[in-house]
Design a protein around this ligand. Structure first.
Ligand code: ADP
Ligand code: MG
Length: 681
């Protein structure tokens, strides 16, 4: 028996390994199985070039668990190792690379995503002792057993073994005995090894006999050795892509479509990305893109590798060129990774454009499900925007789809305002904004439906992209002001009448403080009273709801305009009635208000030129008294109007009708309205 000492001075590297990668102990299995796969493929290569002349035979890799002995064994029929090779690979190279690895990443254990490079030695994270029994493919070399208890000391001795290949036997330590659970190993194999290129068996297929399941002698193969992404796109049908998708995400609906990535220059990358059909946001989180390196699962957090908006996609990316044993921040600044990211970005855009050109109808049918991804890309990824303008769609309230260019041409003529700004009208809800949409359409305008989750951001973004253009929600102003044209409508009411009408409505909005009455000269055929909410205000509030940091606005109460159409017959006759009913009384108040005004300005003038100390107390008191009197007269006037309004149910009725058109009249107020309507009839 040969004894030796691993050529590294640190006596206790294994405790460090154990501690260091505490949360990721499970990767030992990935490392051992991928070594077994490597060894098997190397032997296949040797056989194919004729260096290895024996039959390959069964080359299935087997994992087994012995609960009594507390061992896990990974067996392969790969190329094996000679005693010299064992020395070289396991004692010198593997050990020193494990050591290097630890040195390098001691500081950032949490930041590590892959742990390739730790390789074989990761088995000591879970073991008290590791044995390797191996027989090399080279003729006339004895089988050998290497044994190491976790200290740098090891032994090598000759043993008996028939076939070429390697068994790695782990004697699990106390803390790792849960790896003896078959279900645990099953899960780990499923996670890391399900697409490895050599068949891997764990346990036996079961069969129902009499009253229970019993093992057959058929191996249970846990992996698919030829996953779709490793095959040529030409060999795959739509069905193959779909079934692979369901293999990855058994619970998900059929995807919208897929993109098969296949690059060999300037880096190696294969993969399939799917646009999922999303039912809710939780699902986006759940099914993530999986990153593989030569079919070995590495991680499903691909941030930094694919463009952010594409992390919403599903599927697989496989690249041996992505550096795996490094921290995330390193990954994000790696130039290779950047190239990969921009390549994926480009491919995805090209594919979408392709589908759009090949079958626009199909693309339109899928648009509502698709738009989340594309809009996210447009907002966050400058380069993607440049490509997406060719296929991104607007949908209008009639359910028709347009490219950005097509839409611009359609609305250009009608929806350019007097300042040459092109106005994109939009609604966020078809039902509740129906009356506004209807009015806009009657005027020959087109209205977009912007009901997606990202569309308030999209609007802001497009306004920075589209020249001389603005997005305006249909209910943000009265129809003639949504898109201001040259012609101005004259108001039938003069300033004084408008003021009284506003007072009239204001007095009936006592318990609706968020509504501010304003007058507007609209068409006679427009509604007498409507409710609008300023585009600016609403956007600020929307943004703060989405966490845009504008909390100032978020805390403000909603505020609406109650717009009174001074050209509507009802409002006009209301003004005439007011004149008849309380005209005299108002006139009297106006007279005293203006006489107070006169006196106030007189004494203000007198005080103006004097210094503060030259003004006598009597003078100050007089001015103060005048102001009070004026305020009183104004209040009196308001009071007269309010008392009058209280007796005119039509005012409240008009307010309620406007509220009703906006779905804002509810509960008790709604039933009061109904009663009043009947009385008025
Ligand atoms: P890596 O796989 O990155 O080379 P490892 O630490 O996993 O690093 O393995 C070190 C070396 O040990 C391998 O390169 C290989 O030469 C040898 N080796 C490990 N496992 C086996 C095996 N099952 N069969 C043959 N050789 C193996
Ligand atoms: Mg390895």
């Amino acid at each position: 028996m040969q004894k030796g000492k691993i050529g590294v001075t640190t006596e206790n590297i294994f405790p460090i390994i154990k501690k260091f990668l505490y949360s990721d102990h499970e990767i030992f299995l990935r490392e051992l199985v991928s070594n077994a796969v490597d060894a098997t493929q190397k032997l296949k290569t040797l056989a194919s070039v004729g260096d290895y002349k024996d039959e390959l035979g069964d080359i299935t890799i087997r994992i087994s668990v012995d609960k009594k002995k507390k061992t896990i064994t990974v067996s392969d029929y790969g190329l094996g190792m000679t005693a010299e090779e064992l020395n070289k690979y396991l004692n010198e190279i593997a050990f020193s690379s494990a050591n290097d690895f630890l040195d390098k990443y001691k500081e950032q254990s949490n930041a590590i995503i892959g742990h390739f490079g730790l390789g074989f030695y990761s088995s000591f994270m879970v073991s008290d002792r590791v044995e390797v029994i191996t027989k090399s493919w080279q003729k006339d070399t004895p089988a050998v057993k290497w044994s190491c208890d976790g200290s740098p000391k090891y032994t090598i001795e000759e043993v008996e073994r028939d076939r070429v290949g390697t068994d790695v036997i782990l004697q699990l330590d106390k803390d790792s005995e849960d790896f003896l659970e078959e279900s645990k190993i099953q899960d780990l194999l499923k996670k890391y090894c399900r697409f490895l290129p050599v068949e891997i068996a764990f346990g036996k297929e079961k069969e129902w006999k009499k009253d229970k399941y019993v093992d057959t002698d058929k191996d249970k193969i846990i992996n698919n050795t030829q996953p779709a992404w490793t095959r040529k796109p030409a060999d795959l049908k739509d069905e193959d892509y779909k079934s692979f998708y369901h293999e990855l995400y058994p619970m998900a609906d059929d995807p919208l479509f897929n993109i098969h990535l296949n690059v060999d220059y300037p880096f190696n990358l294969t993969g399939i990305l799917y646009f999922p059909r999303i039912k809710n946001n939780i699902e986006i989180q759940k099914n993530k893109i999986q990153l593989y390196s030569n079919q070995v699962f590495v991680t499903d957090s691909v941030e930094g590798i694919v463009p952010e908006f594409l992390t919403l996609l599903h599927g697989v990316i496989d690249s041996p060129d992505i550096p795996l044993n490094v921290s995330r921040s390193y990954l994000q600044s790696d130039s290779n990774v950047k190239k990969i990211s921009s390549h994926i970005n480009k491919k995805v855009a090209e594919r979408l454009h392709g589908i759009f050109k090949e079958n626009r109808e199909d693309f339109e049918n899928k648009w509502d499900d698709l738009k989340l991804f594309i809009e996210y890309g447009i907002i966050t990824e400058e380069k993607f925007y440049d490509r997406a303008v060719k296929f991104a769609l607007f949908k209008n309230t009639d359910g028709k789809y347009f490219t950005f260019d097509e839409y611009k041409n359609i609305i250009k003529e009608n929806q350019t305002d007097k300042n040459k700004t092109l106005i994109y009208l939009y609604a966020t809800e078809k039902e509740s904004q129906y009356s506004y949409i209807d009015k806009a359409k009657a005027k020959g305008y087109d209205v977009l439906l912007m009901d997606g989750e990202l569309e308030s951001h999209l609007i802001n973004h497009l306004e920075t992209k589209f020249k001389d253009s603005r997005f305006v929600r249909v209910d943000s102003d009265v129809i003639d002001k949504l898109i201001e044209k040259e012609e101005k409508i004259e108001s039938k009411l003069d300033q004084e009448q408008q003021e009284i009408v506003k007072m009239l409505f204001s007095s009936q909005l006592k318990d609706r403080k968020s509504f501010i009455p304003v007058t507007e000269a609209m068409q006679e055929t427009d509604s007498p009273v409507i409710i609008t909410q300023s585009e600016f205000m609403r956007r600020m509030k929307d943004m703060s709801k989405l966490g845009g940091g504008m909390n100032l606005y978020g805390d403000m109460p909603d505020s609406f305009n109650l717009v009174i159409n001074t050209n509507h017959a009802i409002i006009e006759s209301m003004a005439t009635d007011i004149q008849k009913g309380i005209g005299e009384a108002i006139k009297k108040q106006n007279e005293s208000i203006s006489s107070f005004d006169e006196e106030i300005s007189k004494s203000e003038k007198a005080q103006e030129d004097k210094k503060e100390e030259e003004i006598s107390q009597a003078e100050k008191d007089k001015l103060e008294a005048l102001r009070k009197k004026k305020t009183k007269a104004e209040e009196k006037k308001k009071d007269i109007v309010a008392k009058y309004a209280d007796k005119k149910p039509v005012v409240q009725q008009l307010i309620d009708l406007a509220l009703l058109a906006n779905n804002m009249l509810k509960g008790e107020k709604l039933s009061t309205f109904v009663k009043r309507s009947i009385e008025l009839l």
